[in-house]
Design a protein around this ligand. Structure first.
Ligand SMILES: *Cc1c(COP(=O)(O)O)cnc(C)c1O
Length: 376
């Protein structure tokens, strides 16, 4: 201010991402909200296992979302997060590193908003998922080494002046962990009238780690006594990282259970909210998926088998200790996507997996309540 009291103002408008067309942003948010309104809540299934006395098992069925997996929730959140942060606007090319399910859901939302979408994925990704992405107008780029998906995706986003959605970093922060109809709030609301409304345990496997983070934070925020068990798989680093408190561990081998198990500790993995971790052998995950599919009269995916196996391990311990209560886990996606892998005897044989003895033990446990004590 000079002596005469004049004031000098400066105004600027960003030439970059912040100069987004606000009309487009309005319309995009509206379209995402409409998708949310058209969606019903997912079922919390309560199959009866009378031999597991005093225990009630609940399965939150995320396979019924329009894009077939729990990643429908994540993709919607990542799009809202990107738009509200000014990173996604009209014409922005979207890029993601994904082992499949996330890219299917993101391709759906990209098409809804008329945006180009490129998925970077390991070559081992199932054909059914690649087809689903391409049918929704997305493009797929393959890498041989799973650990390279991140840098390749970030590189394509830079080259196209696009946006790297980066589920592995943003999953835990794009989801409203206090509520707003997140998966945890939905589960606990649906449990309200059950005989044991606060589950003893919620069990979840980890891909991004985002779902486990949301559930674990919500349990603390709501001051519940429920505990969170995260189930890991072979060739994944989450279990060792948790046990050794070392987030620098890496692995060079890909997970065989699609959607879960990672070669590095993802930024969205929040160990501080986890009460216990288990590592489930892949053959046990697949055997459990087969048994659960037969009991539910429809196929579930491999990671659902991981969840179910870990839940049964906890159930076996609770029975042995004479404890009662409810146990909750997720059906992450449908087994229809894995007809040529987990449900193909030739694929199982090529992996050197004989799941028959494990299936028999799981079935026997479900029918008698005994026989799993020494499994892990
Ligand atoms: C992503 C995914 C998971 C794990 O969920 P996160 O929230 O990413 O940890 C489990 N199963 C399937 C099929 C998935 O796609």
């Amino acid at each position: 201010m000079n002596e005469a009291g004049d004031m000098e103002f400066n105004a600027a408008q960003s030439a970059g991402a912040a100069a987004l067309d606000r009309d487009w942003v309005h319309r995009a948010i509206e379209l995402l909200q409409c998708d949310g309104r058209r969606s019903a809540d997912t079922h919390l299934i309560n199959p009866a296992f009378p031999a597991l006395k005093g225990l009630s098992i609940y399965l939150k069925d995320e396979s019924t979302h329009p894009t077939g997996s729990l990643k429908h929730r994540l993709a919607r959140s990542l799009f809202l997060y990107g738009i509200c942060n000014g990173h996604i606007g009209q014409g922005t090319t979207l890029v993601e590193a994904s082992s499949g399910s996330t890219a299917v859901s993101e391709a759906y939302f990209a098409r809804l908003l008329g945006l180009p979408f490129i998925a970077v994925m390991p070559r081992s990704t199932s054909r059914a998922k690649v087809d689903a992405i391409e049918r929704m107008g997305g493009r797929c780029t393959f890498v041989d080494e799973p650990a390279r998906v991140y840098e390749v995706a970030a590189g394509i986003a830079r080259e196209t002046n696009g946006h790297y959605l980066d589920q592995f970093t943003n999953a835990e922060r794009a989801t409203d962990w206090r509520g707003n109809n997140n998966i945890a709030e939905s589960i606990f609301r649906q449990m309200a009238g059950e005989p044991h409304p606060a589950p003893q345990w919620v069990v979840m496997s980890a891909g991004t780690g985002g779902t486990a983070a949301t559930i674990g934070r919500y349990i603390r925020y709501q001051n519940l006594s429920t505990r969170l068990c995260v189930a890991d798989v072979e060739n994944s680093v989450f279990f060792d990282a948790y046990r050794q408190s070392d987030c620098a561990i890496t692995s060079s081998r890909p997970s065989r259970i699609e959607g879960v198990g990672r070669p590095r500790v993802e930024p969205s993995f929040v160990p501080g909210v986890i009460d216990c971790m288990l590592r489930v052998p892949d053959a046990a995950s697949i055997a459990a998926a087969h048994v659960l599919s037969e009991r539910l009269f429809r196929r579930v995916g491999g990671s659902t088998g991981t969840n179910f196996m870990a839940l049964l391990w906890i159930a076996a311990r609770m029975l042995r200790e004479g404890r009662q209560g409810s146990l909750v886990t997720l059906i992450c996606d449908s087994g229809d996507r894995y007809a040529s892998t987990y449900y193909d005897p030739d694929w199982l044989a090529a992996q050197g997996m004989d799941i028959a003895p494990l299936k028999a033990r799981i079935e026997s446990f479900l029918d008698t309540g005994t026989g799993l004590d020494d499994l892990f």
